[in-house]
Design a binder for this molecule. Structure first.
Ligand SMILES: Nc1ncnc2c1ncn2[C@@H]1O[C@H](COP(=O)(O)OP(=O)(O)OP(=O)(O)O)[C@@H](O)[C@H]1O
Length: 297
């Protein structure tokens, strides 16, 4: 069976800006995948190429073995892009019915409303909805055609915690039916909670790809830093627990997955390391580690 999504050496330039820089990716059917990355990483650009809204500058994109446009036309793909407006004087039910009319084989209205947790709001006008409820209406719109692949670009960006939970509960119900779901997010916790697989992109490249637990381990490392008089980066990189070394003037910064072992080795080394500091790395630091050129700033 062909996979749901396949990208081969995909790149995208906007004039002089290289937004996507050679992505290879294969997503089997039935997986829920998070595209995790900081602002400007290339997530929206990748998603727009997947949906046939943008042409890649190089490489190929296939969706169920077809071109993105072909797969979208066949009704196999549903998308929820970043904020979009609605005609205010329609109700939730009317909008759902309108979106069903676009497809040959749509889901029943009642099922769409139930999946998006909108049954109790079916008669409500669209301009009387909260941010979270509007977002679930966008989700319902994406579901209407009963798509095999659902693509969501930062679906919970402007939502509070409660609305986020309601949204993800709705998404889970859909994923549980064996569909493939791909969503973009800035949040590691969200990626870990709702995806089977987390693909980290930064500067237009895939820098990590694994389960939420694996990615959290990478992001949960620590940085050990200290002042030195002419340290040898290769030697520091060889210390136990060290993943990466950066030198900034007199300051050495070691990204570590076992900072205890690193510090023990530094102390045993007997040199005058000064102003030793150990801090939790956090996701931003992990992105930097994953994308840094070893030994350089
Ligand atoms: N239409 C455009 N013209 C020029 N540059 C663009 C355009 N769209 C995006 N870019 C640039 O391409 C890069 C990737 O942008 P993209 O929107 O894909 O990132 P993103 O990961 O989705 O970011 P965000 O999380 O902020 O939405 C950024 O450097 C961005 O400034």
């Amino acid at each position: 069976m062909t996979e749901a999504v396949r990208l081969d050496a995909v790149a995208k330039d906007y004039g002089p800006v290289r937004a996507v820089d050679g992505i290879d990716l294969s997503i089997p059917r039935g997986q829920t995948v998070a595209l995790l990355g900081p602002n400007g990483a290339g997530k929206s650009t990748t998603i727009n190429m997947l949906l046939g809204l943008l042409e890649p500058s190089a490489g190929t994109v296939r969706v169920f073995g077809d071109s993105p446009t072909g797969a979208v036309r066949a009704g196999r793909v549903g998308a929820m892009l970043q904020e979009s407006g609605f005609a205010a004087n329609a109700t939730v039910r009317e909008l759902v019915e309108l979106s069903r009319a676009l497809y040959r084989d749509p889901l029943p209205t009642s099922e769409i409303l139930a999946t998006a947790d909108l049954t109790g709001l079916a008669g409500r006008r669209l301009d009387k909805l909260s941010g979270g409820q509007s977002q679930r209406v966008r989700f319902a719109f994406a579901l209407a055609g009963n798509p095999e692949l659902l693509v969501l670009d930062e679906p919970t960006a402007a939502l509070d915690v409660e609305s986020r939970q309601a949204f993800w509960a709705a998404m889970r119900r859909y994923a549980a039916t064996g569909r493939t779901v791909l969503f973009a997010t800035h949040y590691l916790e969200e990626a870990d909670d709702f995806a089977d697989r987390v693909i980290v992109i930064a500067r237009g490249r895939v820098v990590a790809d694994g389960s939420g637990t694996e990615i959290k381990k990478l992001a949960g490392g620590r940085t050990v830093s200290f002042d030195h008089d002419g340290a040898d980066p290769a030697r520091l990189r060889g210390l136990p627990g060290v993943l990466d070394v950066r030198l900034r003037g007199e300051r050495a910064m070691l990204s570590c997955d076992d900072s205890d072992a690193t510090v023990r080795a530094l102390l045993a080394d007997g040199r005058g390391w000064r102003n030793l500091e150990i801090v939790g790395a956090g996701l931003e630091e992990a992105f930097l580690t994953l994308t840094a050129t070893p030994g350089k700033e």
